[in-house]
Design a protein around this ligand. Structure first.
Ligand code: NAD
Length: 361
């Protein structure tokens, strides 16, 4: 029987609509091939929503997202809206979407594709074979803990305060996402903290260790964040899945991503409790190349693969999409951002056509 999934599409701004169009075509073909039906509903977010409605996240967009099985987002933002006050800028739409859907887990893979190894700033022998998933807690920790603010003390001096706080329940729910993600990969999980200094990290470590007893098939290790930062550039191949809090994850996921050297290739997933997940490329709306058919659609397509794997539990379909991406790269097809001499330079649409051929259109 055909399985049906409701997908909300948020193409957003800049190159968003271009890379989304390619991804929708690819998903439509995949659906036909694997007997899956994707019912797409497009909604407004970011600058496009500001222009049409005056708000970066219209309530109908959030409602549509909540009613769907998964949300596929491209990117938002651009020069046109840069002078608006911060609460009215396109980014406010993105933050509103994340909090509206209670997306507490951010999954960022950093995979070195053999075809793009030269794009990394590290030596081939260090990065060859790297395949890491960073699971970052997204709605807690020092970014949200209270008290926070800049206060004036008795002698008139200003003090800046943020509070790093995690409850057992918050640690438990991100831990579960990470153990489940590790299960879908090589079954190794490294929890990163600063338990030698921070009490909040001591609680983190004890909760993750306790949770580990429920996942005896996953090999759990712990590492201090300073060591993890060092090991990521010294010997990244030792990592499979990493789980960490909001602040450490913010920094480590960017460091891990840059091992790959190419921003146009990086997908991400944000998952919440009881709401659909949001799947989006790591890159922004690239206003400098928007409307020129130069964008690399592969991070968006790989985000769709993450949607299939982590949002809809359709691993066969996810594998097929990822295989098609590898095949076009094997053929030497490249958009400008990952181009090197001797390869075939393609635009966004032509890259989409190459993917469809690779899937056996
Ligand atoms: P960016 O990621 O949009 O672009 C950085 C550079 O990478 C640019 O030179 C761009 O052309 C290139 N690039 C990015 N994605 C590409 C792709 N798919 N194919 C080819 N080249 C690509 O970051 P930025 O320039 O700092 O930001 C531009 C706008 O995007 C800003 O308004 C920013 O706020 C917004 N932004 C949005 C998100 C999001 O939607 N999640 C994330 C980051 C930035």
């Amino acid at each position: 029987m055909t399985k049906t999934y409701k997908i909300t599409l948020l193409p957003g701004d800049g190159i968003g609509p271009e890379i989304m169009a390619v991804t929708v075509e690819v998903l439509q073909l995949l659906g036909k091939q694997l007997d899956l039906e994707f019912q797409f509903t497009e909604a407004l977010l970011g600058g496009a929503a500001i222009d049409a409605t005056g708000e970066p996240l219209p309530s109908v967009t959030l409602e549509t997202c909540k009613q769907s099985d998964a949300v596929l987002l491209a990117a938002i933002g651009g020069y046109k809206w840069d002078d608006l006050p911060s609460g009215q800028r396109p980014e406010a739409g993105l933050l509103g979407l994340r909090s509206g859907l209670e997306l507490f887990a951010n999954l960022r893979p950093a995979t070195i594709l053999p075809q793009l190894i030269e794009a990394s700033s590290l030596k081939r022998e260090v990065v060859e074979g790297v395949d890491i998933m960073v699971v970052r807690e997204l709605t807690g920790g020092i970014y949200f803990g209270k008290p926070k603010g800049i206060f004036i003390n008795e002698n008139g001096e200003r003090r800046g305060v943020n509070t790093m706080v995690y409850s057992e329940a918050e640690i438990d729910r991100i831990g579960r996402v990470a153990f489940e993600a590790a299960r879908k990969r090589s079954k190794r999980l490294c929890s990163v903290d600063k338990a030698n200094v921070l009490e909040v990290s001591q609680l983190w470590r004890s909760c993750i260790t306790e949770l580990g007893k429920e996942y005896p098939d996953v090999e759990l290790s712990h590492m201090y964040v300073d060591n993890a930062a060092m090991q990521l550039v010294r010997n990244p191949k030792q990592f499979d899945t990493i789980v960490t809090g909001n602040l450490f994850g913010d920094i480590l996921s960017d460091a891990a991503a840059m091992l790959t050297g190419s921003i146009g290739m990086l997908p991400s997933a944000s998952l919440g409790a009881g709401n659909p997940g949001v799947f989006e490329p790591v890159h922004g709306s690239a206003p400098d190349i928007a409307g020129q058919d130069k964008a690399n659609p592969l991070a968006q397509v790989l985000s769709a693969a993450m949607m299939l794997r982590y949002g809809l539990n359709e691993p066969v379909a996810a594998d097929k999409l990822e295989k098609a991406v590898l095949q076009v790269l094997d053929q030497g097809d490249r958009t400008g951002d990952i181009f090197s001499p001797g390869m075939n330079l393609l635009g966004c649409k032509a890259m989409g056509a190459a993917l469809l051929r690779a899937m056996g259109e």
